[in-house]
Design a protein around this ligand. Structure first.
Ligand code: ATP
Length: 310
């Protein structure tokens, strides 16, 4: 859906992207992470056809950003990290204006506006002026603006900034719903634990370059990672698990193993039964929730280097 080849971008005083190449598959949610100043916003602006590369190319759904920016704007939603809203206009007026500027015909505008407002929890506030909204509610309005025309590709720069915990959770659910409805999403954020909830791929950018040269698959929906913990030390834990059908052992010691395994309750039950039958005192067996964080720190070599506190 998105292809970037040897992208170089320069500000008058700095080279912000230094030869970035990447591929984003359709109907995926990709996390874009990296320290402050790494180039995330610049990359998103290039993907959104808002900046022309110094060299290299960016194509979105087959359209080159340099040659067909308007075709890309029509199929893309973009939430910038900083944006302005017309404070004197109501939520409804703002979304109506955005919908019509994307070419949604008048007869369909009300439905599109109300659907977008509902998706971000602003339906009850459709008549409230943007200037009277709190920071988090303004952020929700900006997200609604980015999705009102049901884009094929959605780029979100720090979408959860300013949102309360419930709104953050709702945003995670919304992202997955948008992906399931067919959208391709790229989301920049510093909050790795949150990205974990909905991203399957991660692009790490540092000093204008992609770390490791490509996106990393952090979550396999079909084969998630599980952590097996046993109460009695057994040096044969790894060998035992490796010999089971469908199990891949990522790492193991005498008490723990990190494995991938098909997402099937009956297959998990069978594996636990096998372990208990062989005398392994299973004290816990659960899905690993830190895949993205682990992958990030294994790539960038520790929090001290990245300056990422979360
Ligand atoms: P953050 O996490 O802090 O938002 P970022 O990863 O989004 O950072 P960018 O905003 O893309 O990083 O900045 C990449 C580099 O380009 C930085 O070195 C930044 O100082 C520089 N830069 C960004 N905008 C400009 C500008 N308008 N003029 C000159 N340099 C800029």
């Amino acid at each position: 859906m998105i292809d970037v080849s040897e992208l170089v971008y320069e500000y008058p005083t700095a080279r912000a992207l230094k030869g970035v190449s990447l591929h984003v598959a359709p109907q995926t949610i990709t996390a874009l992470v990296g320290p402050n100043g790494a180039g995330k916003t610049t990359l998103l602006r290039c993907l959104a056809a808002l900046e022309d590369p110094y060299s290299g190319s960016v194509t979105v759904a087959g359209h080159d950003t340099r040659l067909e920016p308007r075709a890309i704007h029509a199929l893309l939603g973009y939430l910038p990290d900083f944006y302005g809203l017309y404070d004197g206009l109501s939520v409804r007026r703002i979304l109506t204006y955005t919908a019509q500027s994307h070419g949604i015909v008048s007869a369909l505008t009300t439905t599109a506006v109300e659907k977008a407002a509902d998706r971000v929890g602003l339906f009850e506030r459709l008549e409230v002026k943007a200037g009277d909204l709190s920071r988090g509610l303004r952020q929700r309005l900006a997200i609604a603006q980015a999705i009102v025309h049901e884009p094929k590709v959605l780029l979100l720069d720090e979408p959860s900034a300013g949102l309360d915990p419930q709104a953050r959770r709702d945003l995670s659910v919304l992202m997955v719903a948008l992906k399931d409805a067919g959208m391709t999403l790229v989301v920049s954020s510093h909050i790795l634990a949150e990205l974990e909830d909905y991203c399957s791929e991660m692009i790490i950018i540092e000093e204008g370059k992609i770390v490791g040269g490509k996106a990393i698959k952090v979550k396999d929906v079909e084969r998630p990672r599980y952590i097996v913990e046993i109460a009695n030390a057994r040096s044969d834990l790894k060998d035992f698990l490796s010999a089971r059908a469908g199990v891949d052992v990522i790492e193991a010691d005498a008490y723990h193993a990190l494995i991938t395994h098909p997402r099937s309750a009956s297959a998990r039950a069978r594996l636990i039964r096998d372990l208990l039958g062989a005398g392994f005192e299973v004290s816990s067996f659960g899905e690993s929730t830190k895949a993205l964080e682990e992958a990030y720190f294994s790539q960038v070599g520790g929090s001290g280097k990245t300056g990422m506190g979360q």
